[in-house]
Design a protein around this ligand. Structure first.
Ligand SMILES: NC(=O)c1ccc[n+]([C@@H]2O[C@H](COP(=O)([O-])OP(=O)(O)OC[C@H]3O[C@@H](n4cnc5c(N)ncnc54)[C@H](O)[C@@H]3O)[C@@H](O)[C@H]2O)c1
Length: 344
C-alpha cells in the first residue's frame, strides 16, 4: 500500500497532538507544514523533522505534492482554507468549530461536494474509548430502547493558559466545548428535532458564557440534557471527562468519573473500566483526547484509502454545528429552536 502524503496548516497548541498522532497512523504521513507564525513553524518543523515549510497556504497548495490537507488553525481561517483545498481538489480535514456560522459551514460542504473531494471535521470526542464503549453497550440492546440521556462536562480546569483566545471571544463554552458534547449526544441518541438552552457567565475575567444547560428532543423520541461548565470546582477535577447517563426500557448505562462504566440490564449489573490508553507521547489528563486524535486520523486514512464517508464528514457535522447556533439563539431569545428547519 502506498502511504498517503499530507500537509498540515496551523502549527499551534493542538496541532502538536495531531502531528504526534500522524506519526502513529498506518498508511499516512505529513510531508509539509504551514503556519504564518515563523516561530510556530520552526518549533513544529524541528520537533517532527519536516523540511517543507510554508508561511502562506496559497504557496503550499501551489507547490502541491500531497494527497490531503489537515487544517488545524482556529475558526477564522477555516472557510478560506477549505475552499482553497476544494479549488485544488485536495481532500481536507478541518478542525472544529467547523465555521463561524452555519451558512459558512453549508458553503464549505457544498464547495467540497462540487469539487468531488472528501471533507472531514476533526470532531474527535466521539472517538474517545469511553464514548465508544457506551455506544457499543447501547447497540448491543442490553438496555433496550433509550428514552433519556445526560451528557455532562463540568470542570474548573484552567483552559485559558494553553488557549488564551478562549477568554476573548463573545462566545465560549458552547462553541468550544459544548460542540463536542452535542456531537456525542447525536452520536449516542441520534439526530435532534428541537433544542432549548440557557447560558451563564460565572467567571468575570472572560467575555463569553462558561456555563450552558441544553435540552434536546431527539428524532427517536428520547430527551437528553447536555450540560457543560468551566466554573465548577470539584474535589477531584474530572477534566476532560464527559460523563454519561442513559436510561433505556430494559436498563441503564452510567459512565462516571474515573472512566467507570456501569451497565444495569436484565442480566444484572456489570462494572468495567473504560479508560483510554496512555499513548507514548500523551500526558495526563489530556490522554483521553490524545488517543481520540489518533483514532480519528486513522479513520481518515482508512477511508481515504478504501473510500466511503467518514463518521464526522462535513455533511454530518452540519447537524452538530446547527445545534451550536441553535443553543445561542435559544439562550438569547428564550425560545425552543426547530433544528430540522435550520438544516433545510
Ligand atoms: N478537538 C480538541 O480536543 C481540540 C482541543 C484544542 C483545540 N482544538 C481546536 O483546534 C483549533 C486550533 O486551536 P489551537 O489552540 O491549536 O490554536 P492556536 O492559536 O494555538 O494555533 C493556531 C495556529 O494556526 C496558525 N494560523 C492561523 N491562521 C492561519 C492561516 N491562515 N495560515 C497559516 N497559519 C495560520 C496560527 O499562527 C497558530 O500557530 C481550534 O479551532 C480549536 O477549537 C481542538
Amino acid at each position: 500500500m502506498t502511504e498517503l502524503k499530507g500537509a498540515l496548516i496551523g502549527c499551534g497548541f493542538f496541532a502538536v497532538n495531531q502531528m504526534h498522532a500522524w506519526k502513529d497512523v498506518d498508511g499516512a504521513q505529513i510531508i509539509a507544514i504551514c503556519d504564518r507564525d515563523p516561530e510556530r513553524l520552526k518549533i513544529v518543523g524541528d520537533q517532527f523533522g519536516i523540511e517543507r515549510r510554508y508561511s502562506d497556504a496559497a504557496a503550499l497548495f501551489a507547490d502541491g505534492g500531497f494527497d490531503f490537507v489537515d487544517i488545524a488553525t482556529t475558526v477564522q481561517s477555516h472557510r478560506a482554507l477549505v475552499e482553497m483545498a476544494a479549488a485544488h481538489k485536495i481532500p481536507a480535514i478541518c478542525q472544529k468549530p467547523f465555521a463561524k456560522t452555519l451558512s459558512d459551514a453549508k458553503a464549505m460542504v457544498r464547495a467540497c461536494a462540487d469539487a468531488g473531494i472528501p471533507l472531514m471535521v476533526h470532531e474527535n470526542f466521539r472517538w474517545q474509548t469511553p464514548i465508544q464503549a457506551v455506544k457499543t453497550v447501547l447497540q448491543s440492546g442490553a438496555i433496550g430502547e433509550p428514552f433519556w440521556g445526560r451528557f455532562s462536562f463540568r470542570s474548573g480546569y484552567d483552559v485559558f493558559s494553553g488557549q488564551p483566545y478562549l477568554a476573548e471571544g463573545e462566545r465560549f463554552i458552547i462553541e468550544d466545548l459544548g460542540i463536542h458534547t452535542l456531537d456525542i449526544a447525536r452520536f449516542i441518541l441520534g439526530d435532534v428535532k428541537t433544542l432549548t438552552a440557557r447560558t451563564k457567565r460565572v467567571n468575570p475575567k472572560i467575555k463569553g458564557e462558561d456555563v450552558a444547560t441544553i435540552m434536546l428532543d431527539h428524532q427517536n423520541g428520547a430527551t437528553s440534557i447536555v450540560d457543560v461548565s468551566y466554573a465548577t470546582k470539584l474535589g477531584t477535577e474530572p477534566f476532560p471527562e464527559t460523563l454519561i447517563e442513559i436510561d433505556g426500557t430494559l436498563g441503564t448505562i452510567r459512565l462516571s468519573q474515573g472512566y467507570r462504566l456501569e451497565v444495569n440490564s436484565a442480566e444484572g449489573t456489570t462494572v468495567s473500566n473504560a479508560s483510554p490508553k496512555l499513548l507514548s507521547w500523551a500526558s495526563r489528563p489530556w490522554h483521553n483526547i490524545q488517543e481520540s486524535v489518533l483514532a480519528i486520523q486513522q479513520h481518515w486514512a482508512d477511508r481515504l484509502t478504501a473510500g466511503g464517508e467518514t463518521s464526522t464528514s462535513g455533511a454530518d457535522n452540519l447537524k452538530t454545528f446547527a445545534l451550536v447556533e441553535a443553543a445561542y439563539d435559544s439562550a438569547a431569545h428564550g425560545r425552543t429552536v426547530d433544528i430540522e428547519a435550520m438544516l433545510r
